[in-house]
Ligand binder design. Structure first.
Ligand code: ADP
Ligand code: ZN
Length: 430
């Protein structure tokens, strides 16, 4: 099922021509922003240097820091009176980035969400519970308007009060739910405690943070649904930019709206399809806040083959951000790898925290993980055995020795929005 078959399946010379004309427009439009005029001058390029698609490589990258330095409205390319809404990033490190939208931007954004939802089989018959933070976070209103656009019945449940969320699923006959994967796991946990069955649920959309294939299995089994991965970021409107199709093998990026490149994060050089690197995106239809070659920091690759569903090339699932990656004694570790490993051991739960310290100049990683009350016997002798099993599995998966601490079920923090699994104490001054 397609929402906009023409744009979703555009390919070959037609796609290239469309991307080139939109790239030219975007590059010219970016010159309404002071810092882009300055960047182009410094790089010795002008908008007229773009004559073919590959010319995008002549353009300078845009970094998150530059958008943040323009706080609050220094990155806007239209008169303020054309801006009809703003959102912000979560701003966990310093000031947030403000992202602005014209009316056309909001229309474009909900069109993309409408395409995604239609792609995974949602229609105006569905009852859609949007269990993410409304407000400045883009996931709430972004999905809300997209789901309304396809005519689904939208329940803006937002986050919190998990028991009530479960009652809503039951009372309203919810068929599809959107939340972070970690909140999805929490919903499953609370539903099990309540002895609630969620028969009507058939589709789960999980995004905003990295999650693993084992997590998919758990979510599908425990919530009784088919799980889809949703990727996005505030700078690209929000969620909707990348979305898994029913093939469940990578995410579609809407090629009429985003020009995607993969680069070597160190050298900045463009990598061929298939190679893993940092995703760089140039949105092609953004009015209020145009971006040129935006460094997402997210690590993925372009899958070289076209998807059988007809929507062109996909990107692989995002394993983490370049800046989420921990380097422990020289070994690169993404928290999603730890999660994947823990979920393969039934006697521990999916809840974990990672602490990194530097002790005698050596990096030491400690993983606290909750015991799974349902499958674990509770015998003291078994505890020691379980702890060994977990440490062994982590060693095997990451090639890294860690300290594993088993903790009581329910004792680690739960997150309604993006989960935070890592506390890196190596740079703390005591
Ligand atoms: P902030 O940068 O403040 O966290 P965003 O909410 O815009 O603001 O977060 C976007 C980031 O979230 C992405 O760059 C990516 O790292 C992460 N992310 C979003 N969706 C996914 C997903 N499905 N899989 C992995 N990572 C994701
Ligand atoms: Zn597909």
């Amino acid at each position: 099922m397609f929402w906009n078959r023409e744009m979703e399946t555009i390919s070959g010379a037609d796609l290239e021509a469309l991307q080139l004309s939109r790239l030219k427009w975007t590059v010219h439009h970016s010159q309404n922003v002071d810092f882009y005029r300055r960047k182009f001058r410094d790089a010795g390029v002008t908008p007229d240097d773009i004559t073919i698609l590959a010319d995008v490589e002549k353009l300078p990258f845009t970094y998150k820091k530059e958008l943040r330095d323009a706080y609050p409205f220094g990155n806007i390319a239209v008169p303020m009176k054309q801006v009809v809404r703003i959102h912000t990033t979560s701003g966990t490190t310093g000031k947030p980035t403000v992202v602005s939208y014209t009316r056309q931007d909001l229309d474009n954004w909900s069109e993309l969400i409408a395409r995604n939802l239609t792609m995974i089989g949602l229609t105006d018959e569905d009852i859609f519970q949007n269990a993410v933070n409304y407000g400045l976070f883009t996931g709430g209103l972004g999905f809300h308007y997209g789901a309304e656009k396809i005519g689904a019945t939208v329940i803006p449940s937002a986050t919190g009060n998990t028991k009530r969320q479960i009652e809503m699923i039951q009372d309203f006959g919810v068929t599809a739910i959107h939340c972070t994967p970690s909140y999805g796991m929490h919903l499953a946990e609370v539903a099990e405690e309540m002895g609630a069955t969620l028969d009507t649920l058939r589709i789960g959309i999980f995004g905003a943070e990295p999650w693993s294939e084992n997590m998919r299995k758990e979510l599908e089994e425990r919530l009784g649904l088919e799980a889809f991965d949703s990727y996005g970021m505030s700078e690209m409107y929000g969620p909707g930019a990348g979305f898994e199709c029913p093939e469940h093998d990578g995410l579609h990026i809407w090629h009429d709206c985003y020009l995607a490149e993969i680069i070597d994060p160190i050298t900045g050089e463009r990598l061929p399809d298939g190679e893993k690197g940092e995703l760089v995106v140039t949105p092609l239809v953004k009015e209020a806040m145009p971006l040129i070659r935006y460094r997402t920091g997210d690590i993925t690759r372009i899958i070289p083959e076209d998807c059988p569903c007809g929507r062109g090339k996909k990107i692989a699932r995002i394993t983490g951000r370049a800046d989420d990656m921990l380097v422990i004694r020289g070994i690169n570790v993404f928290p999603s790898q730890i999660e994947h490993t823990l979920l393969s051991i039934p006697d521990v739960g999916d809840q974990f925290m990672v602490y990194v310290d530097r002790i005698n100049h050596l990096d030491e990683m400690t993983i606290e993980v909750e015991i799974n009350r349902k499958s674990f016997s509770g015998e003291l002798a078994d505890l020691a055995r379980l702890q060994k099993t977990v440490a062994g599995a982590i060693k095997e998966a990451l090639n890294l020795r860690t300290t594993v601490r088993l903790v009581e079920p329910g004792s680690l923090p739960r997150f309604e929005g993006k989960a935070r699994h890592v506390v890196d104490r190596r740079n703390e001054i005591w």
